[in-house]
Write a protein that binds this ligand. Structure first.
Ligand code: NAD
Length: 321
């Protein structure tokens, strides 16, 4: 395993991070026992960063991860989130200070721990930025002072918003998803330089573009426009013809990008953990990579709208119906 520093946190994180959303059935029903084995195998192979949220499986992923980590808590750096929940809250979101305080306690219980290493506001594009800066982040600073959480982070699909908020309020980490992989590398444009300049730990999620870059293909709910998904299928076929798994190429590409500390891959299967660890430190075949990038070029960087209209990305397209 290769480790990198997470900004100024002093944490050394594995370049492959464990994304726990599949444990909450976000990509189809997970086999619970296999999920536990996948978590243990990841720890055995040196993965030390684990990311989850109460939103994944509407608390199921946190509960399952907490159970799998029993007896292993001290071997891992544990990240979870607050602010995004189920429909019982207005629109599924609540970034009030009161709710975040309660949410941390609930996560601590489900994760069977007394502290969360990285606590993040989940998908801030769904909130007014004044609320994030004026209420939600200050609530997290207080929780940090009280020792319930060690570091404060923000997550979003909207790169401009992440930059804006990080420019106005201190954060230890930023998580961005689907913005640095074979389909889209716009994370590198200005967020990565800003994070480096400010010493913020940068976390890259969804290097498989939420399964577009796999043989299986995207789940039904995937927001990427059809042409993006169609190119994903063609690229997977090309790789298959060359006897390469598209997921391996995609992960080699993502793990080589050293402006992020860790890249989170969603995993609930031992075979995925093993093949994903095997991609760490490998350079993608340059000829195949060039061919794949040429196929992707017409849709490279196509991004979709997410969140409140006030937080829309100027260059994003409508979400796939
Ligand atoms: P991903 O791109 O990592 O894809 C995950 C899917 O790919 C799952 O269905 C998984 O079974 C499959 N997969 C994994 N390895 C594979 C392999 N070798 N071959 C074939 N299929 C494979 O997308 P993701 O899970 O959305 O992102 C990773 C993690 O990042 C999440 O689990 C979550 O922890 C985090 N994340 C956070 C946010 C946020 O905070 N807003 C958003 C997206 C993701």
């Amino acid at each position: 395993m290769i480790y990198r520093e997470l900004g100024k946190t002093g944490l050394q994180v594995s370049v492959l991070g464990y994304g726990a959303s599949p444990l909450g059935n976000e990509f189809g029903t997970a086999d619970v026992a296999e999920g536990v084995r996948a978590v243990h195998r990841a720890i055995d192979l040196g993965v030390n960063y684990f990311d989850v949220s109460p939103y994944y499986g509407r608390t199921l992923a946190e509960t399952r991860l907490g159970e799998a980590l029993a007896g292993h808590r001290e071997s891992v750096i544990l990240a979870t989130k607050g602010g995004r929940y189920d429909k019982e809250y207005p629109d599924g979101f609540d970034f009030s200070g009161e709710r975040l305080e309660a949410s941390v306690d609930e996560s601590l219980q489900r994760l069977k721990t007394d502290r969360i290493d990285v606590y993040q506001l989940h998908d801030i594009e769904f909130a007014h930025r004044d609320r994030i800066i004026g209420e939600a982040l200050p609530a997290l600073y207080r929780l940090k002072e009280r020792g319930k959480i060690r570091f404060v982070g923000i997550t979003s699909y909207a790169l401009g918003l992440l930059e804006d908020v990080a420019g106005q309020a201190p954060v230890d980490t930023i998580l961005s998803y689907c913005r640095y992989n074979l389909m889209d590398t716009t994370l590198d444009r200005s967020l990565a330089p800003l994070a480096a300049e400010q010493g913020i730990g940068l976390i890259n999620a969804s290097p498989l573009h939420m399964r577009v870059l796999t043989r299986e293909g995207a789940p039904d709910w995937h927001p990427a426009p059809d042409p993006v998904q169609a190119v994903g299928r063609r690229v997977a076929d090309l790789c298959r013809d060359r006897r390469v798994d598209i997921a391996d190429l995609a992960l080699q590409f993502a793990f080589s990008y050293d402006r992020v500390a860790t890249t989170l891959v969603g995993m609930s299967k031992v075979r995925h953990v093993e093949s994903n660890v095997a991609a760490v430190g490998k350079t993608p075949d340059p000829d195949l990579l060039a061919e794949v990038q040429a196929m992707i070029a017409p849709v490279a960087g196509v991004c979709w709208q997410s969140g409140l209209p006030e937080n829309y990305e100027p260059d994003a397209v409508e979400v796939r119906a």
